[in-house]
Write a protein that binds this ligand. Sequence first.
Ligand code: NAD
Length: 365
Amino acid sequence: MRATIALLPGDGIGPDVVREAVKALDAIAQRFGHQFEYRQALIGGCALDATGNSFPPETEQTVLAADAVLLGAVGGPKWDDPRAADRPERGLLALRKTLGVFANLRPVRPHPVVRDTTPLKPELVEGVDFVVIRELLGGLYFGQPSERRMGPAGREAVDTMFYSEPEIRRVLRLGFELARSRRKKLTSVDKANILATSRLWRELANELASEYPEVQLEHVLVDAAAMYLIQRPASFDVIVTENMFGDILTDEAAVLAGSMGMMPSASLAEPTNGGVRRGLYEPIHGSAPDIAGQEKANPIATIQSAALLLRYSLGLEAEARTIETAIDEVLAAGARTADLARPGEPVIGTKAMGDRIAAAIIRAR
Ligand code: NAD
């Protein structure tokens, strides 16, 4: 296969971890005889510095011409001025919108050997293997009006939670389809006792359920979902929810995976004719300016994101599994970056972790 992959390393540890994911992709290309062509472009703070725009037109062209996009992270204290007209995060929102990626998938499957890095009791994390799907292009993040203004009682502000039927339906459908390919359980999270958008969400979930009789659908209120994620995380298979609830619940779910450095994500657009989807793949962590360029970042979340890219945008399931198995093997052999190590355990750097995973891919049978 020939594929074009846009690389947007971004800021902070972004370049450190994307470099290691490219190593894993190169190893896959070598092992399976594929040709991946990389096109690198600027986004976020580095794009602001170079061009004055967090999402320059050249970057837009690069991502639109690519089969998939691999992103590091954006942001940092240098660009934190809240009064600035453009900010790194705007670049990220613009990128998502440009690609039409409406669903963010975050698999949570804590690796057995790093299970004791979670603050939860190890037996609670036993058997945890679920995916959260967060709606990404609607709700409070895009609804209008969203503004500050002067009212009769002084300063006031408003945000708007808006969802249309097609926006809800397409993300719910992805949830049902993913659940159908897994353990056939879909948890739809809403706040239907309070919010009109949630009542519409629940109604549409119930309507779609008749098309997927083999999938068991449950509705859980978002406050209860926050509790169950900690109390009984192994009971979930696929969770689907709107933008803001998903933003919060996925960070909570990340705690189960032991470290931010272990959580990948895939943001998917509508499928094309061939059934593959254009996608944006990135670790869920930020740019970690405190450890940038110091060989301290764990590249696994980004390498796992590259595996998701192979699975969802290129349809290369065996290759995706090869990366995942290589990560499991390297961790089982004792390799630990600082975020994964217990006190006194030896630690390796970003590049060494990437090298070991690439070597395990090449060795894979
Ligand atoms: P962060 O995720 O960057 O870091 C939180 C903590 O986790 C830090 O101590 C960091 O060192 C550690 N960490 C993160 N990734 C790690 C990795 N791969 N390996 C080892 N340790 C890791 O969150 P933050 O500090 O709140 O934000 C830093 C900057 O990143 C901010 O400018 C923020 O706006 C931005 N941010 C960007 C994204 C994104 O690009 N998608 C997401 C979140 C935050």
